[in-house]
Design a protein around this ligand. Structure first.
Ligand code: UTP
Length: 487
């Protein structure tokens, strides 16, 4: 077979030379094992990669950005706090402004769901994880349901652009089709992000997923910028009159999607990109730290932050770096059009992950137990540095942020943790709407029944007592017996 392929012009020759220059020649070592019809696609996928970029990224994998100077110049980020203690007139003005944008159909959602979900260890796209405490609804159903309910409240169907990756695309599309396009019909736009090769962390050698396919990983949620342009989604949304994009992530079902007050603060401030933050509980919390430097906001990843800087006090006794990003942004569509050129030059961050791979020497597939690979990811929050009038809006963590990250058994961000946070929030909503909760029943409120306590108070009799596990389905309250049977 080898001889046959190395006659007059072997398609591998040039490539092999190029791969050798970058220490990746092993990628052709499986040539003889793979069927001839797979060879061209392997060559094609190798050719598509900028191996000198990969070599540079690997060489600088341990270089942390020198953020000392940035932190010296940092001040506390400015922005309002969504809380009962805020000035009610300011809040009212923001809510009205956000509601007007929703009513006028100027808001669309972007939901990113292309991640590998390696920590959770679920064998399907994370969005398909059944997290509803009583309904068993998936993350997709809960979060897209919130966008659907928000649109309905303002008399519009809000478009939702759903980003997948090659890892999650086919299953996500099949899931959405099977589930009536999650109620969004033609307003659901599914688009796939790009990839980067995964490298062996020790050697920098690119991994093969199977003998004829590279192990490619999604290029981070920041890959959204390139992908949304490439697939023409931005242009389509612009033509539909969309001006504001509500960006959120698939793992946080506690979030109030396209919440008008957040939208309103962003619009009234003339901000090109605004981000929700929570007050960090400890200096070393594993979140992106939002800081203000002059007129710009920056996000500093926790992994880039030396401990002494993380602990630096701010002017009012709070931490200087108190604001933890929760991965929720409102972004102006015109801003994304303006910064289109940044898509290919946004920085890459290094992530250590478990990546299954084919070992060409031993001819076996390896499923690692611990992180073995490094991946390169772009982060969407790096865009905020380029946004005019960027601002933070502070929310309560218990109200807006409970991400599903880890498998059962971890300290937090597990399925149980997320369900507990959901139930606690639904109980609060019921109490605020005038219901009495007796004992500690599990409760769940479908967003198509009520999005908030105001809507609940319109639908439920004041003073009703809830003592049994109850799911408020789109059609009304349903008691849920143990074992999940409805009664
Ligand atoms: P995370 O960075 O927490 O990654 O993604 P993950 O895939 O959920 O889980 P791990 O780290 O492998 O365990 C935060 C959000 O960004 C999306 C994820 O789907 C999630 O909504 N994301 C992440 C993408 O859409 N694409 C990516 O390349 C990475």
């Amino acid at each position: 077979m080898m001889a046959e392929c190395s006659t007059i012009s072997d398609p591998r020759d040039d490539l092999a030379k190029q791969l050798r220059e970058h220490g990746q020649e092993h990628l052709l070592a499986t040539w003889e094992e793979i069927p001839s019809q797979s060879r061209e696609s392997l060559l094609e996928s190798i050719r598509e990669i900028d191996w000198s970029l990969i070599q540079r990224l690997y060489a600088s994998r341990n270089c942390k950005p020198d953020i000392g100077k940035l932190i010296q110049a940092a001040t506390s980020p400015r922005g309002p706090r969504l809380s009962d203690r805020a000035d009610p007139r300011v809040r009212r003005a923001a809510v009205e402004c956000g509601e007007e944008a929703l009513r006028a159909g100027r808001v669309a959602c972007i939901l990113v769901a292309g991640g590998q979900g390696s920590r959770l260890g679920f064998e399907h796209p994370k969005g398909m994880y059944p997290i509803g405490p009583l309904s068993g609804h998936t993350l997709f159903q809960i979060l897209v349901g919130k966008a659907l309910a928000r649109g309905r409240r303002y008399g519009r169907r809000m478009p939702l652009a759903l980003m997948t990756s090659p890892l999650t695309h086919a299953e996500t599309v099949a899931y959405c089709e099977h589930n009536d396009r999650l109620g969004l019909g033609d307003d659901l736009h599914i688009f796939c992000q790009g990839t980067m090769p995964s490298l062996d962390a020790e050697t920098g050698k690119a991994l093969l997923a199977v003998p004829d396919t590279l192990a490619l990983s999604p290029d981070g949620h920041g890959g959204m910028l390139a992908a949304i342009h490439r697939h023409g989604i931005l242009t389509r949304l612009h033509e539909q009159g969309i001006r504001h994009l509500f960006y959120f992530q698939i793992d946080n079902p506690l979030l109030d999607v396209a919440e008008p007050e957040f939208l309103g603060h962003h619009i009234l401030a003339g901000s090109e990109m605004s981000t929700l933050v929570v007050a960090k509980k400890t200096p070393l919390d594993k979140v992106g730290n939002v800081i203000q430097v002059g007129d710009n906001l920056h996000v500093v990843e926790y992994s880039d932050l030396p401990e002494f800087l993380a602990k630096k006090p701010g002017p009012n006794g709070k931490l200087l770096l108190w604001a933890g990003s929760i991965g929720v942004h409102v972004i102006e569509l015109d801003f994304l059009l303006r910064v289109a050129d940044l898509a290919e030059v946004m920085p890459f961050h290094v992530a250590h992950k478990k990546v299954a791979y084919y070992d060409p020497r031993k001819r076996i597939l390896v499923k690692p137990e611990a992180p073995n690979a490094i991946k390169f990811e772009r982060f969407i929050f790096d865009l905020i540095l380029h946004a005019k009038n960027a601002m933070v809006i502070e929310v309560e963590e218990s109200d807006q942020f409970a991400p599903l990250k880890n498998a059962p058994g971890a300290e937090r961000d597990t399925p149980q943790y997320v369900q507990d946070q959901l139930v606690a929030k639904y109980r609060r909503m019921l109490r605020e709407s005038g219901c009495e909760i007796v004992g500690e029943p599990a409760v769940e409120i479908d967003s198509l029944f009520a999005l908030d306590s105001w809507e609940l108070s319109q639908k439920l009799r004041q003073g009703i007592k809830i003592a049994e596990p109850t799911y408020f389905s789109p059609d009304g309250p349903v008691l849920v017996k143990h074992g999940g049977d409805d009664s």
